[in-house]
Structure formats: C-alpha cells, structure tokens
Design a protein around this ligand. Structure first.
Ligand code: ASP
Length: 311
C-alpha cells in the first residue's frame, strides 16, 4: 500500500495512508488527501485561497479516476464549492457522465447537498488586485466586467512569475487497486471559463490497474496537447519501465512545436506500487509514504528538460 503526491500534498498524505491502513480504498485515500489541500488557505493553487481568474472569481477544476474500472469523474470551472474532488467523485459514482462544468456542475453540487462557500480569501483578492493594477489603467480595472477585450489581459496569466500549481494524489490499496485524484484553481488570472489539464482525463490524470497511474501539474495546455498522463501509462502498456515511460512522455512535450511551451511535472506509480516523479524544473520534489512508514519521504524528481517558449 502506498500514497504518492505532489509536494503540496504533504498536509493530506497522512490522512490518505491512514485510510489505506484502515482498509479503505484507493479512491477513498486520494479523495481524503486532496480535500485537506483544498481546505488549506495557504495553498494559492488549490481550493480555498486559490488565486482567481481575471475577473476575480475562483474557478476550480478536479478529477478522480478508479484504475480498477477506469470509471472517472471530473468537474471544471466550478465556483463556490470547496471540495471539487468530492464533486468529481459524485459525478463518477452517481451520474452516467464523466465531466460537468460551470453552472451545471454547481447545480449538481447543490443537489448533492454540498455547502456553498466563498473561496476567495482577502489575501488572494489583494494579490490579484495588486497584480492587475500594476499593468492596467485604473479605469480598466474598475470596469473589468464590461471590457470588450478581456482577452488582451490574458497575458497576465502567462507572466512567468504567476503562481501555478495543482495537487496530485495517487494511491494503491490492499487489493492492489490504484486511483488518482487531482484538484486545482488553475492558472492565476486565467481567462474565465478556461479549463486546464486537471479535469481532462488522460491529460492531467489517468489510472489503470494493469499498468499504473499518472498525474500532472504545470502548464495544463501542454498536458492536454500531449495527452500526457495517458501517454505515460501507454508507454508502460507498451512495456517500458516507469522511469523510461515518464521520460518519453516528457520528451514528447519537448518535441511540441508552436507557442506556449513551459513547465511540466509528473508523478506516477507503476502497477507494482513503485513511485516516480519527473519535472522540467530542476530541484522539484514529490512525496510518498508506504503503509509501513511513519512519515512521508520527500524525494527528487527526475529532471527532463523542456524548452520554454511563450510566443
Ligand atoms: N496544471 C494546472 C493548470 O494548467 C496548473 C499547474 O499545475 O500549474 O491548470
């Protein structure tokens, strides 16, 4: 039994491993781990306290996948509900659908008894306002909702200094079943309605008991273009060991032509419960904990360079 997570999952990994130790499923474990990160106001990339879109609204994306059945649930651009991961699980378990977005996802959350909550903290609001006001004339900032060309300001979302991140959890339970859960508030200052890789099964999340599971953080548009989570699993299906499979998928991103190439980070678990991490930013880590460990270990990801290009 093992749980692996992105480094910002530290706050949730103990709860996740305890669930496995108490006989819970991999799906239970990844949901519990992600929920604790979603509730952490200090994490500006996930859930409560997440940075908002250009208009100042926090929009959440999440997905969960059961590697035993390949059943999946996802939500995108959800406003006003904290636990996007639990909503994604409800989609998976109670609807004939995989992905709900926006108003429909919010309606479903209300039907399922989720409590509405304002997710924009004072701190996140102040950072958003300061960042926009640094570049925008005061009359533009004061009338953001009426802007005819909000798209002109989406360049603030590609500011290399902007906050970015997602939480990734992968677990394997006592039955050998694997699950993967991911949640994010997406790019800070994104265009309203933008979905990243997180709610797109095969891009930011994929789990298949027969081969392993993979989750991504980084520039979601690249993971969508490269179907990155599924690529790693596919390379394992074709017989590559995990380390090679991850490096191959990262190299596929480096081969992409066109605009908007940036960072990618991957965590993965093979079917035998071996974890690995990959990054295009040297020095990044991930964490994992097995059932017989008392603490998680934080370990280096394999560095695979990806050239960066915005224009
Ligand atoms: N992958 C996320 C997204 O594109 C953001 C990140 O992990 O940095 O929304």
């Amino acid at each position: 039994m093992i749980v692996a997570a992105s480094a910002n999952g530290k706050i949730g990994i103990k709860a996740a491993i305890q669930i496995l130790q108490n006989g819970g499923t991999a799906v239970d474990a990844v949901e519990a781990g992600v929920r604790l990160v979603e509730a952490n106001p200090d994490d500006h990339t996930v859930g409560y306290g997440g940075f908002p879109n250009l208009l100042g609204e926090v929009e959440l994306d999440a997905s969960i996948m059961n590697g035993r059945t390949l059943e999946s649930g996802a939500v995108g651009a959800v406003k006003g509900y904290l636990h996007a991961i639990s909503l994604a699980r409800k989609v998976m378990e109670t609807l004939p659908h995989v992905l709900l977005v926006g108003a429909g996802a919010e309606r479903f959350a209300a039907e399922m008894g989720f409590a509405r909550q304002d997710l924009l903290t004072e701190e996140a609001r102040a950072i958003w306002a300061n960042r926009l006001q640094k570049d925008m004339p005061p009359n533009v900032f004061a009338h953001l909702w009426e802007q005819k060309n909000l798209r002109d300001w989406v360049r603030l979302a590609t500011d290399p200094e902007r906050a970015k991140g997602t939480v990734n959890f992968i677990a394997q339970d006592k039955n050998g079943d694997i699950a993967c859960g991911v949640s994010t508030s997406g790019w800070a200052w994104k265009y309203p309605g933008r979905l990243g890789d997180t709610p797109v099964i095969g891009a930011g999340n994929y789990a298949d008991n027969r081969y392993g599971a993979v989750a991504c953080t980084g520039m979601g548009e690249m993971a969508i273009r490269g179907a990155t989570a599924h690529s790693v699993v596919f390379y394992m299906k074709m017989g590559l060991p995990l380390e090679e499979a991850g490096a191959r998928a990262m190299n596929d991103l480096n081969d992409l032509d066109g605009r908007f190439l940036s960072v990618m980070n991957i965590i993965a678990l093979d079917k035998d419960g071996r974890p690995a991490g990959f990054t295009s930013s040297p020095g990044r880590t991930y964490i994992y904990q097995t059932a017989d460990m008392t603490q998680p270990v934080e370990t280096a990801r394999t560095y695979v360079p990806i050239h960066s290009r915005w224009e």
